[in-house]
Design a binder for this molecule. Structure first.
Ligand code: A3P
Length: 318
């Protein structure tokens, strides 16, 4: 958990936190970014030219990004791709929806994104306050997905431990919890990340759609319709009659995606094994991993942070 001074050429970074293995995090304007990808993020913030038709998916890590990518890609491209012969059957969702800064601005190089078919579909983890200004100015659509903090933390902790090499000991839950609770986590503090998008969704609901994992889990069909309406391509009467909404729900379900061969083998460009993006996919698994003390501490902090903003989670508490 040692903190060190940052390289002096990088005046924008204030401190580096080594404790959240395997990524060193650097604090930038109040948020914790992975130091390894700092040049990608900064190049994207400076050079990305957004268009009004863009759709940007944004999540806090481990809140169901893989699922949101599958759902959004399928809804947006449903006239182009039949479910029986669909790209998701042979490609992992992360391959189909690129990570705007980390996948496209590799080593800080500026890509040509002008020829991508419209609407361009991208994904990011950046907090609202750090988005490239062109994303705000273009008035493009943002879809934000988040999840209750206890499940998000457990999923993140277990996922990051999978990134460690064989000779590295897994990070104990107590150590990871301490950092998360202090706000030190990938793209954290977690609560400030939520609030940035929550407020934006209240101010500009036609441009920022706010979704909670727990509600998506409870009624995927409702949210698929909401997603399609938001994207300006509502399901037609004919699509409704043929049950397309329910078909997409089943097609993108945890069980269905997890069972595909492509999601059992291979890795994403950044090195995450495809299979590790499908663990349990339920609400409330935190009960199997957190102590009573941790639960109490996290609940209390969440209440303090979100109280007054009208943002709450159904997290399957006993
Ligand atoms: P758990 O670790 O709790 O199982 P991300 O995609 O942002 O990395 O989030 C991963 C989490 O979403 C994991 O949670 C994973 O199991 C869950 N997940 C992945 N695909 C899903 C799907 N189709 N439906 C519901 N949950 C899904």
């Amino acid at each position: 958990m040692a903190m060190s001074c940052v390289p002096e050429h990088n005046e924008t970074l204030s401190i580096v936190e080594k404790g959240w293995k395997p990524f060193e995090l650097s604090q930038y304007q109040g948020f914790w970014l992975p130091l390894k990808y700092f040049s990608e993020t900064m190049a994207c913030r400076e050079h990305f030219e957004s268009s009004k038709d863009d759709v940007i998916l944004i999540t806090t890590p481990k809140s169901g990004t893989t699922w949101l990518k599958a759902l959004s890609f399928t809804v947006l491209n449903r006239t182009r791709h039949d479910l029986n012969n669909h790209p998701l059957l042979t490609r992992n969702p992360h391959e189909l929806v690129p990570w705007l800064d980390l996948d496209l601005y590799v080593d800080g190089k500026i890509p040509d994104l002008t020829n991508l078919p419209s609407p361009r579909l991208f994904f990011m983890h950046l907090p609202y306050e750090l988005l490239p200004t062109s994303i705000i100015e273009s008035n493009c659509r943002i879809i934000y997905l988040c999840r209750n903090p206890k499940d998000t933390f457990v999923s993140l902790w277990l996922f990051l431990n999978k990134y460690l090499s064989e000779d590295e000991a897994p990070v104990p839950v107590e150590e990871a919890f301490e950092l998360f609770h202090r706000g030190i986590s990938l793209y954290g503090p977690f609560w400030e990340h939520l609030l940035g998008y929550w407020k934006a969704s209240l101010e500009r609901p036609e441009r920022v759609l706010f979704i909670k994992y727990e509600e998506l889990k409870e009624d995927p069909a409702f949210h698929l319709r909401r997603l399609a309406d938001f994207l300006g391509c509502p399901f037609s009467d004919e699509e409704e009659r043929e049950g397309l909404v329910e078909k997409i729900e089943r097609f993108c379900s945890f069980e269905s995606l997890k069972s595909l061969e492509v999601n059992k083998i291979g890795s994403t460009r950044l090195g995450g094994e495809n299979k590790n993006f499908f663990r349990r996919g339920v609400v409330g698994d935190w009960e199997n991993h957190l102590t009573e003390e941790m639960i109490e501490k996290l609940d209390k902090l969440t209440q303090q942070k979100l109280e007054g903003f009208g943002l709450t989670f159904k997290d399957a508490k006993k």
